[in-house]
Design a protein around this ligand. Structure first.
Ligand SMILES: [Zn+2]
Length: 144
């Protein structure tokens, strides 16, 4: 009664396929949409000096609308468009919460960095901010 133990090293590999089936990351190439499709095609520029200020795709809604019409204490009517960001504008403090057109937001005047004409207001609050730009002061342009 000889006991012969045969070792079969290859047997251990059977059925142990777990752990090698990688599914993380690396989607099939080519189907990922570009991050900012159409970026730079259209710009909103200062009507007076053509400095680029913002883009149509940065338009956003505040209190349920993109466009807001306001009358200031001097009787001037402003049609504002709300934008998530703007560039080439200079804040002209002081920032104030008085007479704000958007409750909860403080405002400061912003002017064009190119020609110093007033383009609108920057509104800020503890939950973020936006730009209310005077639509009549901007024109839409194609950008090369
Ligand atoms: Zn300008």
């Amino acid at each position: 009664m000889a006991t012969v133990e045969m070792l079969e090293p290859v047997a251990l590999r059977k059925g142990g396929g777990n752990g090698f089936d990688r599914r993380e990351g690396l989607p099939e190439g080519g189907s990922r949409p570009g991050p900012m499709e159409g970026e730079g095609r259209r710009a909103l520029v200062c009507r007076a000096c053509r400095t680029a200020i913002t883009r149509p795709d940065l338009a956003m809604s505040v209190n349920g609308a993109h466009r807001h019409v306001f009358v200031n204490p001097h009787g001037m009517v402003f049609e504002l468009g709300c934008f998530a960001s703007a560039r080439n504008v200079l804040p002209r403090g002081p920032k104030t919460g008085e007479f704000t057109w958007f409750p909860g937001y403080a405002w400061e005047v912003v002017t064009c960095a190119g020609c110093a004409s007033q383009l609108g207001w920057r509104y800020t609050s503890d939950r973020g901010g936006f730009f209310g730009l005077i639509l009549a002061a901007l024109i839409e342009e194609d950008r090369p």
